[in-house]
Design a protein around this ligand. Structure first.
Ligand SMILES: Nc1ncnc2c1ncn2[C@@H]1O[C@H](COP(=O)(O)OP(=O)(O)OP(=O)(O)O)[C@@H](O)[C@H]1O
Ligand SMILES: [Mg+2]
Length: 474
């Protein structure tokens, strides 16, 4: 069951502190007061016992034949030891008979049937105890008088001792009250500070949840709340970056879609002109077709990216013979390369087997080859090579075109990033998709630019042994 106090964390913390302090002082009280009382009473009983035994010894060795000698003796003792001193006769019809008593000025009720004295009369041993008579507390010691068989009782009020205990108790209660008050004030102040910091964090979280990333999350504390605020701040920065990236992506994608659409609309408009000769119309149709192709490619790329972002892009993990992939690519792109005046050379090593998704490897190879053809001038030699490097199987596309300036080297893998130049330019998505696909297959795509040689390497996890030869049916 959840207990929820009104007033939130501030009240909860303050109440918890009060309970702790109250509990601690309660325990201190229980440990100090009863043992102090016991100790004081025991000390008094100890004293009385010593005096009683001394008195009994003196009593036995004295001669009390003089008149009043006994009374004086007992009265002196009562005065010196500040205790009511009583001698009982034992053995008559009553178990105890008051024989003599002196009370050192302490008036008290009758001690005729005193329980401590009765015990000594019964056992003939020293007895001691605490009794209440007429509502007042007394410490008592009874000692047997050996020569006469009588019993001597020393009874002393312990009001003073108990008063001392009461003073200590009162002081403890005052201390408890003051401690609780101080705790309540300090605790609620400290809790208020924490509650304020938590509320500030809550406001920051709400701001972030509403998509407002402009205000930083600040908390200078070095405790857990400070660390939480720092984590919130990191989250805010990351979300702000993601938000910017998302907005840029949407803006770029819209822009890329609009350009071919505008161009298509323009050409379609022009083609409605009835005076248009056949040759121009055919030219317009070719351009229209190109724009439709560009739109198709673009939408396929955007779809791939959205699948990658949503984590819904599925890649197979199968044995892929890279030499076969390279041959298929060369076959597919040879006409385009030749059409653009490029020389495409194939250099395959037969034992490069990768653990990958064949379709996706083809897609990456296609993007790299298309770049080497599209972004280099006619006459450039493009080499498509496969092989093994370390523990990886590689598919390498290199060209001796103008290369990529060093300052763009890493950024060309960003979405929509392209180097402005004289050569044809696409949407800037090819390399971004290639890299993400390679990473999904546990591989990499890297650019290494040597002097006048641009090399893109797709490295994939290699299969250790040759794939099983498919048995030829006899
Ligand atoms: N072999 C290359 N030689 C020179 N520049 C290159 C080469 N490959 C890529 N680039 C540069 O890198 C940029 C990014 O390439 P990427 O493939 O990502 O986009 P794109 O080819 O422009 O468009 P898309 O591939 O989406 O149609 C290109 O615009 C081009 O400037
Ligand atoms: Mg490209």
């Amino acid at each position: 069951m959840k207990i929820r106090l009104p007033g939130g964390i501030r009240t909860t913390l303050a109440v918890a502190l009060l309970l702790i302090v109250g509990g601690a002082l309660g325990v201190a009280y229980l440990m100090v007061v009863p043992s102090l009382e016991r100790r004081l009473v025991d000390d008094r009983l100890e004293e009385l016992q010593r005096d009683g035994v001394e008195l009994a010894a003196a009593y036995s060795s004295r001669d009390f034949s003089q008149p009043f000698a006994l009374d004086n003796f007992v009265a002196t003792f009562a005065l010196v030891y500040n205790a009511r001193t009583v001698v009982y006769q034992v053995g008559g019809p009553q178990p105890l008979k008051l024989f003599l008593q002196a009370d050192s000025g302490i008036s008290g009720r009758s001690v005729a049937d005193d329980s401590v004295a009765l015990e000594t009369a019964r056992t003939t041993h020293v007895a001691r105890g605490r009794v209440t008579r007429g509502g007042r507390p007394y410490a008592e010691v009874a000692v047997p008088l050996v020569t006469t068989g009588n019993v001597l009782l020393l009874s002393s009020s312990i009001e003073d001792q108990l008063a001392t205990v009461r003073v200590v108790t009162r002081r403890l209660l005052y201390a408890t009250g003051v401690a609780l008050l101080i705790t309540a004030i300090l605790g609620s102040a400290a809790a208020a500070v924490h509650a304020r910091r938590i509320r500030r964090l809550e406001r920051a979280a709400n701001r972030i949840a509403q998509g407002r990333f402009d205000q930083p999350v600040v908390d200078d504390g070095e405790d857990e709340l400070g660390e939480l605020a720092a984590a919130f701040e990191r989250m805010r920065v990351q979300l702000a970056q993601l938000d910017t990236a998302r907005k840029e992506f949407v803006a770029n994608a819209s822009h890329e879609l609009r350009t071919p659409l505008f161009s298509l609309a323009g050409f379609l408009e022009l083609m409605t002109d009835e005076d248009l000769d056949e040759e121009t119309r055919a030219g317009f149709l070719v351009t229209t077709r190109e724009q439709v192709d560009r739109l198709t490619r673009l939408s396929a790329d955007l779809l791939d990216l959205s699948r990658i972002d949503a984590g819904r892009l599925h890649v197979e993990s199968e044995e892929v013979v890279l030499a076969d992939v390279a041959r298929a690519l060369a076959e597919e792109l040879q006409p385009i390369a030749e059409g653009a005046g490029h020389v495409l050379t194939l250099d395959t090593e037969p034992d490069a087997w990768a653990l990958a998704d064949e379709e996706r490897v083809l897609q990456i190879g296609r993007a790299l080859l298309a770049n080497a053809i599209a972004h280099t001038p006619a006459g450039t030699e493009v080499v498509l090579r496969t092989g093994r490097e370390g523990g990886t199987a590689v598919l390498v596309v290199s060209d001796d075109g103008p290369g990529i300036p060093a300052e763009h080297a890493e950024r060309i893998f960003d979405r929509f990033y392209r180097v402005e130049g004289p050569q044809a330019s696409g949407s800037g998505l090819g390399l971004a998709i290639a890299r993400e696909l390679a990473e999904r297959m546990g591989g990499t795509v890297e650019l290494s630019a040597a002097a006048r040689r641009t090399t893109f390497t797709l490295a994939l996890p290699a299969v250790a042994a040759a794939p099983e030869a498919v048995p030829v049916p006899s």
